[in-house]
Design a binder for this molecule. Structure first.
Ligand SMILES: Nc1ncnc2c1ncn2[C@@H]1O[C@H](COP(=O)(O)OP(=O)(O)OP(=O)(O)O)[C@@H](O)[C@H]1O
Length: 463
């Protein structure tokens, strides 16, 4: 098999030579040129497995080359060599389609990893197993098809992606797919809920610590960046990062290196950062609770996951798959009556796909003979407390003939639901008080996950 080839564009002879030697030792055949015109000529005649370009060139800019390659040779990964600390140039290049950047003076360890990632992108084009995204991130609506196509493209880049969208829309699922479809798939995907780590433990959790660096540090501990080495770190609920951690994270992204607590040296890290929050991060930047510079760096590319009510046509497919999964392969899979399906189709789903899953799980428990009636969905009572569009929710409830006389029936199921909610609310409020409003401790006390607690707080309108 012929060697993969690389094109290096830098006007400094020393750097060209250094890159040439390093890449040649990695088994690449290297062409090294010193300006834009020569680079264009090479690109017109040969296919490259990788391009590395300097930012400032005598007859133009590296940015111009990045744009040209993204447009005319989209299969060729191009990385920008930036001046130390010039993240603005790196972000601009990533936005234009560069797959990564490396800053000067070039750290050879980081460069080697970058090259390996680029070569893997080539391998993935040559028949590595293809992930069927449509069977994981379900939905045939135009919005979901676009989301899946965007995810496929983002998987090829190393740029930080910020995934926005309401709670339960599938942000984590999207992040997993970006990881699984990309060159980092064989390394770890490490999701971390930034709201669930106590502020004082955060630095040690992220960066690790050395034995004896603080009371209780009985042994060396690897941080999450180390665990995710070569893979992806997914910062869920990134808005919950305290300001002191935001500063530290910014440095890591810039330097591509971490320093464990008590450690003397910085350790290079090769981790792609994906982040998400259901909060409006831009608004948090505006009121100074989230650093603008960090926002700018984690949000190089934004992927917006649409709310379920904006793609109602996906509800029947999602409902069918959830029922299938909950039935666990048994033949006695519960069925929705047409009225129940109509009620779901008209419902607003403030908690999105996660809420749909919860509704169906509860309906399976409530229904008789494996037939889910509209009343088993309990949409009306739930919607009156949570749906932003109460009219829509009421119309959903009216699809169910059984619910029509519920108002006159004080023993009816809606009242049972409210009674249960009341108990839930009291129990959660008591646990919150006892845990001094620490949500992680509250969730532990209640024996539920942090996410489940957050969902219930939202559902019950507890602030
Ligand atoms: N398009 C989809 N197809 C199949 N399942 C989905 C889809 N979207 C979401 N889900 C499911 O809904 C649930 C919630 O998804 P996920 O945790 O990815 O949402 P999220 O946006 O990260 O939520 P949060 O903001 O609360 O962290 C999961 O069980 C996930 O598998």
């Amino acid at each position: 098999m012929s060697k993969p080839s690389a094109l290096v564009i830098d006007d400094e002879r020393d750097i060209r030579e250094l890159l040439d030697i390093t890449l040649s030792r990695m088994g690449l055949q290297v062409d090294a040129v010193g300006n834009v015109a020569d680079a264009k000529q090479k690109l017109a005649t040969q296919r490259y497995a990788l391009c590395l370009t300097d930012m400032r060139l005598p007859d133009g800019s590296g940015q111009e080359l990045v744009e040209l390659i993204a447009r005319a040779h989209p299969d060729t990964p191009v990385a920008m060599i930036t001046a130390h600390g010039n993240m603005d140039a790196a972000v601009t290049a990533l936005k234009a389609g560069a797959f990564d950047f490396v800053s000067k003076p070039v750290d050879l360890g980081i460069l080697r990893r970058l090259v390996q990632t680029a070569l893997k992108l080539g391998e993935s084009r040559r028949g590595m197993p293809v992930i069927d995204a449509a069977s994981k991130l379900l939905g045939n609506s135009a919005a979901m098809q676009l989301a899946r196509a965007t995810i496929g493209k983002l998987a090829r880049s190393q740029a930080p992606v910020y995934i926005s969208g309401e709670s339960g829309v599938g942000k984590e699922l999207a992040a997993r797919l970006i990881h699984e479809q990309g060159p980092r798939a064989s390394a770890a995907f490490v999701p971390v809920n930034c709201g669930a780590i106590p502020s004082e433990l955060m630095e040690s959790e992220f960066f690790g610590h050395r034995k004896g660096s603080f009371t209780g540090a009985h042994a060396d501990k690897d941080g999450l960046f180390k665990v995710a080495q070569g893979g992806t770190l997914f910062l869920d609920e990134v808005a919950e990062l305290p300001l002191h951690m935001q500063v530290k994270l910014l440095r890591v992204i810039q330097e591509k290196a971490v320093r464990p607590i008590g450690g003397r040296d910085e350790v290079p890290v090769d981790v792609r950062i994906l982040s998400a929050t259901h909060k409006n991060l831009e608004a948090l930047v505006a009121n100074n609770t989230f650093r603008q510079d960090l926002y700018y760096r984690i949000n190089v590319i934004e992927l917006h996951m649409p709310a379920l009510r904006e793609r109602r046509e996906d509800v029947p497919l999602l409902a069918a798959r959830v029922l299938e999964r909950l039935a666990g392969g048994s033949d006695a899979q519960p069925k929705l009556t047409p009225a129940a399906l109509a009620a779901l189709n008209a419902y607003d789903f403030p908690g999105n796909v996660r809420e749909l899953e919860n509704i169906l799980e509860r309906a399976i428990a409530l229904c008789e003979n494996g037939v889910i009636e509209a009343g088993d969905l309990r949409l009306a009572a739930q919607a009156s407390r949570t749906a932003p569009n109460a009219n829509m929710s009421t119309s959903a409830a009216s699809v169910d003939p059984e619910d029509e006389d519920d108002d006159d029936n004080s023993n009816g199921p809606v009242h049972l639901d409210e009674y249960i909610s009341q108990i839930e609310r009291e129990t959660i409020e008591k646990a919150l008080l006892e845990s001094r409003y620490n949500k992680t401790a509250t969730a532990k006390k209640l024996g539920i996950t942090f996410r489940a607690l957050r969902y219930k707080l939202k559902k019950l309108g507890i602030d």
